[in-house]
Design a protein around this ligand. Structure first.
Ligand code: LRH
Ligand code: MN
Ligand code: MN
Length: 388
């Protein structure tokens, strides 16, 4: 039997990076609703992310998205973060909102457009060096809408060349992480649609190139935990973008739509060594909060990951292995389900208190009055939205 004391060390080192953009307003193509207190500057987004860490001790780093988080002085932004007890983390590039990228970026047929997109990534690497960030995360909107619109093979070759040039500037302490997504905004084909394409591209680059698995980027019914297993087995799972989905890339709170799927994913993470001290796996959220308050939305998210991690760590591995080897189908399934159905919340609450944290971080945050404080303070200026 695995006890809570057995799993505490693994829980203690759990870290989930927050996306700066989760603190901006977001919405659908129908409407972006505003929330009082929404950040107007990258600093205010970082201050909000720091609140999540203050109440949970789960979110020590904040990911930036460039140019959304462009500032004149990144060293100062980094000091600002450290003054708030967090650090700047992954830098996400953005080649999906400028007119010049209408027909693609790193995979575009025109070398001049590819040059611009490559230069943007080189700029991101410079920023990373300045702030001491390890990961350059690349997600491309590149693709086509109609069969015949462009040459699929040529685009894949362009992509490989562009990535090669970017990778040549990735330092010894940095990594390139390539995210995949099966559709959107392109609908017929996407240049990096699946883990296999990302794996093929990053494998051609070298040891410091990895795949990012965004949980919302798969077709309905995809067995995501199988992909997690395979990428870990191949040593190429660099990071997670956690969120949950009902239909497409919904970017809802991780663990909200399908808690059991999150459990199964984390079981495979643990099985593959992804929670070990020297693991290459970076855990990140990639979410938007369209109608709920953003700081509590992020608090709920990191707690969901923590709860599911605790349950996954409680799987009785020796018993499971024995049942698997004996082909005890229902026994093995029962062992997994026992862990899934364990309510870890009381144990987590007292464990948090032992560590000087609120037993219920969500309730403590809501009682703190921070939400009305930022709403009163942040008047004037322009609230940032997801994409600006
Ligand atoms: C694309 C994506 C990618 C972007 C983020 C804003 O759908 O998941 O990670 O950087 O959304
Ligand atoms: Mn993502
Ligand atoms: Mn996405």
């Amino acid at each position: 039997m695995t006890t809570f004391a057995d799993i505490a060390p693994a829980l203690e080192r759990q870290a989930i990076e927050l996306p700066s953009w989760a603190f901006g307003n977001s919405g659908t193509r129908f409407k972006v609703f505003t929330t009082p207190g929404t950040p107007r500057t990258p600093e205010e987004k970082i201050a909000d992310a720091a609140k999540v860490n203050e109440y949970t001790a789960l979110a020590p780093t904040v990911a930036l998205h460039i140019p959304w988080d462009m500032v004149d002085d990144f060293a100062a932004l980094s000091r600002f973060a450290e003054d708030h007890n967090v650090k700047l983390g992954t830098v996400n590039s953005n080649t999906f909102q400028d007119d010049v990228y209408k027909f693609g970026s790193l995979a575009h047929s025109d070398p001049a457009v590819r040059r611009k997109a490559i230069d943007h990534h080189l700029k991101c690497l410079e920023i990373m060096t300045e702030i001491g960030s390890r990961d350059l995360k690349i997600w491309l909107a590149d693709g086509t809408n109609y069969p015949g619109q462009d040459d699929l093979r040529a685009r894949q070759d362009h992509l490989a060349e562009s990535l090669q040039e970017i990778y040549s500037q990735v330092s010894e302490t940095q990594r390139l992480v390539l995210e995949y997504k099966f559709f959107e905004p392109a609908f017929y084909h996407t240049d990096v649609p699946d883990w296999g394409t990302s794996f093929a591209q990053v494998s051609a680059l070298g040891d410091r190139a990895y795949t990012c698995l965004d949980t919302g980027h798969h077709a309905p019914g995809t067995n995501i935990e199988f992909i997690v297993m395979q990428l870990l087995r191949l040593g190429k799972l660099g990071s997670f973008d956690f969120n949950s989905r009902f239909y497409a890339d919904d970017d809802l709170i991780v663990g909200a739509a399908d808690p059991f799927q999150l459990f199964r994913i984390i079981v495979e993470v643990i099985r593959g060594g992804g929670l070990e001290v020297d693991s290459p796996v970076q855990f990140m959220l990639d979410q938007c909060h369209n109608v709920e308050d953003k700081i509590p939305g992020q608090i709920r998210s990191v707690l969901n990951v923590q709860e599911m991690t605790a349950r996954a760590l409680l799987v009785d591995r020796p018993a499971l292995t024995a049942a698997q080897e004996a082909h005890d189908v229902l026994g093995a399934n029962g062992i997994l389900m026992d862990a899934f159905y364990t309510d870890v919340r009381p144990a987590l609450a007292s464990w948090r208190e032992e560590r000087g944290l609120p037993a219920d971080p969500m309730a403590a945050y809501l009682a703190s009055g921070n939400q009305s404080k930022i709403a009163a303070e942040r008047v004037g200026g322009t609230q940032l939205s997801w994409s600006a």
